[in-house]
Write a protein that binds this ligand. Structure first.
Ligand SMILES: Cc1cc2nc3c(=O)[nH]c(=O)nc-3n(C[C@H](O)[C@H](O)[C@H](O)COP(=O)(O)OP(=O)(O)OC[C@H]3O[C@@H](n4cnc5c(N)ncnc54)[C@H](O)[C@@H]3O)c2cc1C
Length: 380
């Protein structure tokens, strides 16, 4: 076994860390308090090639691997959960399905601008009455000549207000057992009948855009159907497996940040004539946080490595997502505790880590759904 990162992976970590420290860090408090999507930061990330890390250069990408991409999400998440979530959603959900399942024409037309960071993508699966149970999708896409006509509603969709391209899931027919066939269709956001509103007032990841989408008689060419229409459901399960690695990486970044902030504070803060890092109660918290961060990193990198080596990774990406996101929540909570009353104040940032981390236990499959995925993989 080789736990060393390659030269390219090490370079990507340094490049993204420098960018996050220099460009994103001065803006994180404003991004959170003003709940403002940092479009200008995304433009710069596009210019650096970050939006295209896991895609080949022929499609406008940087030709990196999943592990490099996970490291990039981790480094951005270490500084800003909102930017990290929008980044992970843009790459894993907005662009990756086109790379995995798209035709050459779809890749040329839609993936290239996304990978180059000249456009932003979003993925609309969730509906008001179909969350964990994606099979309950009510949005329909009806064939009409050479087009699909789409009607329905999507909720909680990351990046949609700023996206040029949406991938929406919709019922396109019934299979031989009478069950709904759910397919994924590419919908440019400027198509007539698409209404996107972003009125959610969120607890955390406040600078990440979250929108509601209403689709009313939206007409797109049949050529916009993504992949095999009969395999729509298994295609988006594969997409979600990949996306879980990036949400896990984001959790890892927040957990790492919580550990660093708590350790730094514990070494500075004095009570009873000593720095609080001298107290065993504080040392044990820090030791547990450090151990869990290390475990989470091993799980995230292993899941990415399996994917890069074309090996099954469904169970490992669920392990990584479940453990790293719950680690992020625990670590942020302990970081607040170690900061005492100051930790409760926005200025010290650890309370933001907790609010941002909470979303990661919900999005891209809740913690309960991850346990279901793992149990199914165990043969239950
Ligand atoms: C900020 C944000 C960004 C998001 N971004 C996107 C996006 O870009 N694209 C997208 O499509 N969606 C997105 N979502 C939606 C997200 O994926 C869903 O909220 C999530 O999958 C849960 O669905 P739900 O909210 O309907 O909860 P429900 O499915 O109603 O779940 C409610 C509770 O019941 C539990 N539960 C449900 N079913 C079971 C079961 N079988 N066994 C045990 N427990 C169960 C859940 O774990 C949860 O605790 C986003 C959500 C948020 C908040």
């Amino acid at each position: 076994m080789d736990f060393n990162l390659s030269k390219e992976q090490t370079m990507i970590r340094k490049m993204v860390r420098d960018f996050a420290e220099e460009v994103i860090k001065p803006r994180t408090i404003e991004i959170d308090t003003e709940a403002k999507f940092p479009l200008d930061i995304f433009k710069q990330m596009g210019e650096l090639g970050l939006l295209g890390i896991p895609f080949p250069e022929t499609y406008g990408g940087s030709g990196g691997d999943t592990l490099s991409y996970a490291i990039a999400v981790e480094e951005i998440g270490r500084i800003c959960g909102s930017t990290g979530l929008s980044y992970a959603a843009a790459v894993s959900l907005g662009a990756s399905p086109i790379y995995y399942f798209g035709t050459e024409e779809q890749k040329e037309k839609f993936l290239v601008p996304l990978a180059q960071g000249k456009a932003l993508g979003a993925f609309g699966l969730t509906e008001p009455n179909a969350g964990s149970d994606a099979g309950g999708t009510k949005t329909t896409a009806t064939e009409d000549g050479d087009d699909y006509v789409i009607n329905g509603e999507k909720c909680f969709i990351t990046n949609a207000s700023f996206a040029e391209t949406l991938i929406v899931t919709a019922v396109t027919g019934k299979n031989e057992k009478g069950r709904n066939i759910i397919s994924a269709i590419i919908v440019p956001t400027n198509t007539e009948g698409v209404t996107i509103t972003s009125n959610y007032d969120k607890m955390g990841v406040r600078g990440s855009d979250t929108a509601q989408i209403v689709l009313e008689n939206v007409r797109v060419p049949k050529a916009n159907l993504l992949g095999d229409p009969q395999k729509g459901f298994s295609q988006f399960l594969y997409t979600l497996d990949g996306g879980r690695i990036s949400i896990a990486a984001l959790g890892l970044g927040i957990a790492q940040a919580s550990l660093e902030k708590a350790l730094h504070y514990a070494k500075e803060r004095k009570q009873f004539g000593k720095t609080i890092s001298n107290f065993q109660a504080i040392q044990f918290k820090l030791a547990d946080m450090a151990m869990e961060v290390e475990l989470a990193r091993n799980m995230v990198y292993k899941a990415a490595w399996l994917k890069d080596n074309d090996m099954p990774f469904t169970k490992e990406s669920a392990y990584a997502k479940l453990f790293a996101t719950e680690t992020a929540f625990r670590a942020a909570n302990q970081a607040i505790q170690i900061h005492g009353g100051y930790g409760y104040m926005r200025e010290y940032e650890v309370e933001r880590y907790l609010r941002d981390a909470k979303l990661l236990e919900i999005g891209e499959g809740t913690s309960e759904v991850q346990r279901l995925v793992i149990a199914r993989q165990l043969g239950c």
